[in-house]
Write a protein that binds this ligand. Sequence first.
Ligand SMILES: Cc1cc2nc3c(=O)[nH]c(=O)nc-3n(C[C@H](O)[C@H](O)[C@H](O)COP(=O)(O)OP(=O)(O)OC[C@H]3O[C@@H](n4cnc5c(N)ncnc54)[C@H](O)[C@@H]3O)c2cc1C
Length: 510
Amino acid sequence: MTDDVVVVGAGPVGLFLACELALAGVRPVVLDRLPGRSGEQKANGLVGQVLRLLDHRGLHQPLSGTPGMPQPVPRFVFGAFPLELHRLDANPLHAVPVPQHRIEEVLEGRARELGVTVRRDHDVTGFTQDPAGVTVDLHGPDGPGQLRARYLVGADGGRSTVRKLAGIGFPGVTSPDPVSRIAHVLPPEGIRVTDGGEFLLPGCPTLFRPYTHTRTDHGVFVISPFSPDDVMVVTLEWGGPPVDERTPLTLDELRASIRRVTGADLALSPARTPGPYTPRRTVGHNTRLAERYRDGRVLLVGDAAHVHAATGGPGLNLGLQDAANLGWKLAAELQGWAPPGLLDSYQRERRPVGERVFMHSQAQIALMSPGPAVTALRALVGELLAHDDNLARIAALMAGSDVRYDTGCPHPLAGGFAPELTLGNTRLAELTRSGRPLLLDLTGGALGLADRATPWKDRLDVVTAHAAEAPAGALLLRPDGYVAWACAAGDTDPHGLDRALRDWFGEPRG
Ligand SMILES: Cc1cc2nc3c(=O)[nH]c(=O)nc-3n(C[C@H](O)[C@H](O)[C@H](O)COP(=O)(O)OP(=O)(O)OC[C@H]3O[C@@H](n4cnc5c(N)ncnc54)[C@H](O)[C@@H]3O)c2cc1C
């Protein structure tokens, strides 16, 4: 039997891609070499425009635990600079604290609801591709085996087997610094909280704002009080004592690191968390981007396509939006209505977004590193961030809300993520749960666009409404939430809709 798509990796990106494919009517099989979900200490939160995408799929509420639309955060951090985002009139940066194991639990639950098969304890060891499909070699609980699929997607993380077997280069930089140490502990004794909510450590004059990287003369320290029994402490050190990477991080090693970075001696004991978490040490950082995201019938998404420092949490904003971009295009290819070049537009659109994260994650590491030259650079950047237009620019960079794909439509909304809209009592995000392309006529039908879109009705939804203070007369949305085409509110003879429908959603069926 030939499956439509084999997705290698049941991390967040592989699971979300499987959801997107299943929504589009394709049946993927997800394989993961681990027997169960990983307890590795990874993401602590979702940051950026990905929260609006997840809202478009009804996943914001289960992940954030709060109803309604994602809310911008009043403060964030960039390269150990506090970003006072509450100053901005239009703040684009959303964030939700949620640990990676919970993200995976929610996405796996959704995937299974949608009928996706997730097979654990299946290690993918090889593949060969031919013009009709891909034969995947694996090692499962019953020994070696094979699967046949029309496409193979590597969502198998930074050390991706699929990327290596496909011979796709992974150029970039590997740096021995900083050494990062993370653990969840009980609130250490001797720490005080000021009236302003900052943390004071014994013997250290620096004020540490919670959840925020703070640079000292000897490194970076972060303290994040997630609950009364769970405080996450993190150090980053440059040029510290040699590390034996074969030994796991102990709380004594972290205590010594905190002493070196802050001067404070804190007795540490493990948190009583719902976990699972293990203390984690990472030596240096890798910033690498796959040369290609596609090789014939093999594609890469998420960390398999890009790795970078975790500062500011850009990983899942990038990876989950890769999955949304790829999912509908691959489904269109499999269902036979993809216009020429649609699948290749995945790399054309997403690799430059990876390059932006490549740039800003390295810039942040540089801004946090020690030394007088960096201190001088920070004084300059601090002056720039005092101006709201620069602050807004950094916020958009972190959010990924400055991403504009070339859709060929000149309207200012085209190529960007759909704006927040409320149509009567319904938010736009509630109309996009099915993951189908959507034509929104916001003139109440005056333009007659629904008739023009009728030939595509097998793959396109049309909603006609009046939106208060609509930013456009009509919007054509792709399943990943991006605007393929728009026309102005007062435009009585809008051009380009037929062309956009053909360019993105193929020829209508006869
Ligand atoms: C310390 C740390 C903190 C982070 N903090 C944040 C944060 O706050 N916010 C954020 O957005 N991001 C954060 N990140 C980044 C984020 O964790 C990653 O971007 C994310 O895990 C990428 O998901 P993925 O699904 O692409 O890959 P992964 O999560 O790596 O999943 C890959 C899966 O593939 C499986 N696999 C690998 N090889 C094979 C094979 N041959 N056969 C079968 N299965 C295989 C693995 O078992 C794994 O389950 C952090 C990362 C780290 C390390």
